[in-house]
Design a protein around this ligand. Sequence first.
Ligand code: SF4
Ligand code: SF4
Length: 440
Amino acid sequence: MILKLRVTSLIAIHILILLHVYYFGSDVVGSIDFQEFFHSFIKLGVINAGVILVFLAFATTLIFGRFFCGWACHFGAIQELSYYILKKLNINTITINSKLVTILPFIILLNYYVIPNFYHSLQNPWQISISLNEPEIWEFLPGFIIGLLTFIIDGFLIVYFLGKKGFCRFLCPWGAFLKIPNSLAFFKVRKTGICTECHVCTDQCPVGIDVSYEINNYNKVTNTNCTSCLNCTTGCPSNALSYKFENPLTENINLKNYFYNPDMYKHNNISKKFLNIRSQDFSFLMLTILLSISVDSLYGIGHFLAYGIGILLSYIMIFSLKKFSKLFKIAFISIISFITIINIIIKFSIWNGDRYYDLTYSKNIDFNEQIIYSKKSIKNLERASMLYLIKNSKRHIKIAQLYLTNNNKDRALKHANIAKSISPNNNAPEKLLNFIINNN
Ligand code: SF4
Ligand code: SF4
């Protein structure tokens, strides 16, 4: 019954999303995205639909736990569906037991959403304003190909390699944000009957929590990944569990119970379904961050997809390649290393080229400095253009301007023509071309 209700809720959410996107548009209500809380509220003080969603999610999590993740999140639903399909196909997945579950989502949350927006708000003090129809629905959403890849990698492959709700556990920054109110939630799964330690609850938990261990040692589920899905309470053959309110003032809060205990996931009934990789967590974390950063923002890849790619490749390289021949291992690692090095060079070149471009046209520099900066910018931007598979009109316009500053009109003309061939309908390359030709 509860499962049916939850499935109905998730289907209803998807219908609402489709209605919002294709029927109502952004006229009244704009993007309802979690990241609005950071990009709009923390950064600018703007309250929009996404911000209201986050306030609601935070407040309801304080009362009911992270039920939002279990009952309303489309990404969580995709992963549960993926797990269900894999099970139906008799493909057994193992759920990975790693410290990254705690560390990585917080790194993503702080690094990409909290710190930069908070820093911006300190530099540019804001006043609260309300703007429900902004930003536009697609403002921060990826295009079709990147969106599809995100679903395949973060919704399906991550479940195949890292187990139950791999994305929610290892990467989701919104989940990390809701962990704090979740730890204080009034309603929790609690032990209210006699438990036979059959571990059905642990087996049925879609987030990979050792429910049996927690309820038998702490009398409740303390794991902040719990999404209040209630699979465990309804699935328990002994009726030993209830989703129950406890006054927060009298609740027994022992911080120790919120952390991993080495005795978890050891029971014979479930031990084969979990793999402990904690001894290799450091190399797993470092490699994941390196691979993720190397692709993040290149080719339209957003943070979610970048970290999905990063953690999967990292997991495969450290743990899965053991089964393959030495030759295959060497070939795989060499290809990934080569692509990573190229991507890092491209990212560094774009960053450095743009930095020197800004310096070239900054105030208070003399002509000699301007020439030195412009040459450095050209070198970096040309390198980026040569290595980057997607041609960028704006970058070629910049290079053309820099060559003009260096009085090299032939090269300026060449890059303005390239910019025009990339974006024939854009006015900027045409204007630049006319300027170069008329000033020849
Ligand atoms: S399913 Fe019920 S009886 Fe079995 S371990 Fe969990 S709480 Fe105990
Ligand atoms: S502990 Fe129970 S309620 Fe929480 S996510 Fe697992 S199965 Fe769902």
